[in-house]
Write a protein that binds this ligand. Structure first.
Ligand code: ADP
Length: 259
């Protein structure tokens, strides 16, 4: 049951009655559980055929390229890139169901933070030739965390920076150590986020402007998942931005040692 109380006051502000309302929410909770279960099963079922199509597309691309037909090979390559997007979206949906059922697992290892960031930046640089990603990686930190999951957060910051700064060309990635923490920031010079919307961007399915849906595709899950990952790893996540003036996303993690 969900209970609500509302006091009724007279002209002098004296309470003369209280309305109590009790609502049976069993049905709503059941529906929510069914929805979460469906999302979990649907994303799991979608993953298998997409993985298989992707494997075939890659073999096909290699075969066509070996036969010397660059034009056809490039078309298959484009299919493969779109399949990456699809795999990413399905992965995000799966992660959300894992978070909601408390089943997201973490495999912590010790790793060189700057080297991990550099690796991801190199990968992302291939994705957008329009943007130049400038790095100043100076933390020298070794952290103990799930490397893949932390990589997922960095990739999310970078892909958002690329996506929301179509008219700008520079993105800055900085790492440094401070008071026992390693701090990473990703700065772009894109559309930015107004102050009153900033506290919402880490919410599930939240997207700043529904009207921008077609210009900037996405499900509004990346930052929600990122925040869950960083919080589960005992860290902090935040942003600095102003509308039209770009955005800088940060996270901080505890340092295990220095290299
Ligand atoms: P998605 O990008 O798929 O919509 P995210 O959870 O990654 O989902 O981001 C949530 C929202 O926060 C986005 O829809 C966008 O409105 C805003 N946002 C995220 N990163 C940036 C950025 N670098 N610049 C401007 N807005 C951003």
């Amino acid at each position: 049951f969900s209970f609500t109380y509302k006091p009724l006051k007279d002209a002098d502000g004296q309470v003369y009655a209280i309305i109590h309302a009790a609502m049976d929410v069993t049905k709503q909770v059941q529906l929510q559980q069914q929805k979460d279960e469906f999302l979990g099963i649907a994303s799991h079922e979608l993953k298998t055929p997409v993985t298989s199509i992707k494997a075939y597309a890659q073999v096909l691309e290699r075969m066509i390229r070996n036969e010397g037909d660059e034009k056809k090979a490039n078309m298959v390559h484009k299919m493969d890139l779109q399949l990456n997007r699809l795999t990413g979206l399905i992965g995000d949906l799966l992660d959300v169901t894992k978070i909601q059922s408390g089943k997201m697992t973490f495999n912590p290892v010790e790793f060189d933070f700057d080297a991990a960031v550099e690796e991801i930046v190199e990968e992302m640089q291939h994705i957008s030739s329009k943007h130049r990603i400038i790095c100043a990686l100076a933390s020298k930190a070794i952290v103990f965390a799930d490397k893949e999951r932390i990589g997922q957060v960095i990739t999310n910051f970078l892909s958002n920076a690329i996506k929301y700064s179509t008219d700008a060309s520079e993105i800055e990635v900085i790492t440094f150590s401070q008071d026992g923490e390693v701090i990473l920031s990703v700065k772009d010079y894109g559309i930015g986020i107004s102050k009153d919307m900033q506290h919402l961007v880490f919410d599930q399915f939240y997207r700043v402007d529904g009207n921008l849906q077609h210009t900037y595709p996405g499900l509004g899950l990346g930052l929600y998942i990122s925040a869950e990952i960083i919080k589960s790893e005992g860290g902090r996540i935040w942003l600095e931005s102003a509308a039209g003036q770009g955005a800088t996303f940060f996270f901080a993690l505890n340092i295990k040692s220095f290299r």
